[in-house]
Design a binder for this molecule. Sequence first.
Ligand SMILES: [Zn+2]
Length: 204
Amino acid sequence: MEIEEQQQVWKKTFYLELPKVELHVHLNGSISSKTMRKLIAKKPDLKLYDQMIVIDKGKKRTLVDCFQIFQLIHQLTTSSEDILMVTKDVIKEFSDDGVKYLELRSTPRRENATGMTKKTYVESILEGIKQSKQKNLGIGASYLIAIYRRSGPLVAKETVKLAEEFFLSTKETVLGLDLSIHKYRTSKATEIKCQNTKMIKFYP
Ligand SMILES: [Zn+2]
């Protein structure tokens, strides 16, 4: 092996084994191609062709593709089982990358067709964290319940209530709230509602 190649291998191993923390992990933004294929296989009725939406390493995508993918992820993650699988896969993959602690963020969603509620959405993420912990993967994970600020003050208030409930009942797994989307595009009312809660752990 050439010296240059040896150095590349050494660097790769070094960065992989270096213990890391990830404090800003959006669940939907961290789904791997492998997990996407599993989700697509679970929903053949959607007739989604994986080459359209699965972007493998090295492939390029446009800015429009980047945002379209989130709509497709919503179509593919409609049940509590989907959210559980995604959470476990994301934690496992971060662990394989040498991450020792991560903070997940995700906006709770309801899906009438499958019976998933915002509460069961949160519970599925917590179950994924719990099951990963039981596997002794050597990674700790916690969760910030996200408020999508464009949804307005009523939805924000509902999420704050949900977060308070889990904040009190889980031992340091639900740490607080994440406020997503730029604040200047949010209504003033949402800001005020969020500022009034005492449990916010705010990351800009
Ligand atoms: Zn973020």
